[in-house]
Design a protein around this ligand. Sequence first.
Ligand code: BTN
Length: 331
Amino acid sequence: MIQEQLIETVLLRLADGLPHSLADINADDLACALQQLDAWGLQPSQDEYSRYSIVRRLNLLDQAAINRTLFQHKLQNTQQDTQQGSVLVSRSLDSTNEFLLTQKDLPSGTICTTEMQTAGRGRRGRQWHSPFAQNLYFSLLWHFQTQPETLKALSLVVGICVADTLTELGVENIRLKWPNDIYLNGRKLGGILIESRIFNQQSQQMVIGIGLNLAMQPSDAEQISQPWANLNESAVKIERNQLVATLASRLQQALQQLEQYGSSHYLQRWQQYDYFYQQPIKLLLEQEEIHGICCGIDTDSGELLLKTEDGRIHHFNIGEISVRALHNQKI
Ligand code: BTN
């Protein structure tokens, strides 16, 4: 058996978190596989009966199961193209965004997800903390045929899609923070990073990356400097494969609609999720900060609307601004 398959076999056998005899596997091969599991942070150990186990039970991503569910969703939604845009699952990658940015000839709608990222990227050049099998690291490639103007509000549409997906799965209290953050119970649950692959006049290829914390262990999140939330805090139990398929289906549909009809009808629903609507906020620009009341977004452009003390409403563009609550702690 080649090493990769062997690692997969050992991983699947130990994934239930219970002790297992692996005596049928050659000792050297087993040692290599266990070393890989250790590098993934799974801390394999041996008990007094020579049985092996890992640190916790894992709900592993399953490529075949996700694609089956995605196919069912597409049939139900009568999406014309049920074949395109399948999901690729990997156990470890540098970054799912990087994978889709660099692979050749992938069809529009292709999704990549992985158990772990070794170089996960956040916005503003930050690292995105990506421990094994605890969270969701999800990227989608889309070849846009429309002019870039309609793409300005793309990240807001994606945020609304993520919020809709989680709400549909029964999670309450999901909110969005302009322009790219997903909030649960007032703390950051996830974020969106959109990167561009190639640009020409005919087609613009974008990679939409989404990271969501599902069951991150506090010990794995020590470097995270802001209050964060896990999806498993919510009352409903979310199955990861189900989440990937539902999110994939919703996003693929939304992007088709975005190309046909523009973003406005999506952006009109931003307010229902807006965490700061009518709240005092400050915007941090490169050189200055501006205080005011958050008045939601302009539903044509996706720009943030901020009412300053003099009663004027100012528009702010995506990308240069971060939003912080004025009264409470840094978020
Ligand atoms: C943010 O800074 O809030 C955006 C975080 C985006 C993280 C996701 S995880 C999947 C995809 N791959 C990456 O390297 N980054 C994005």
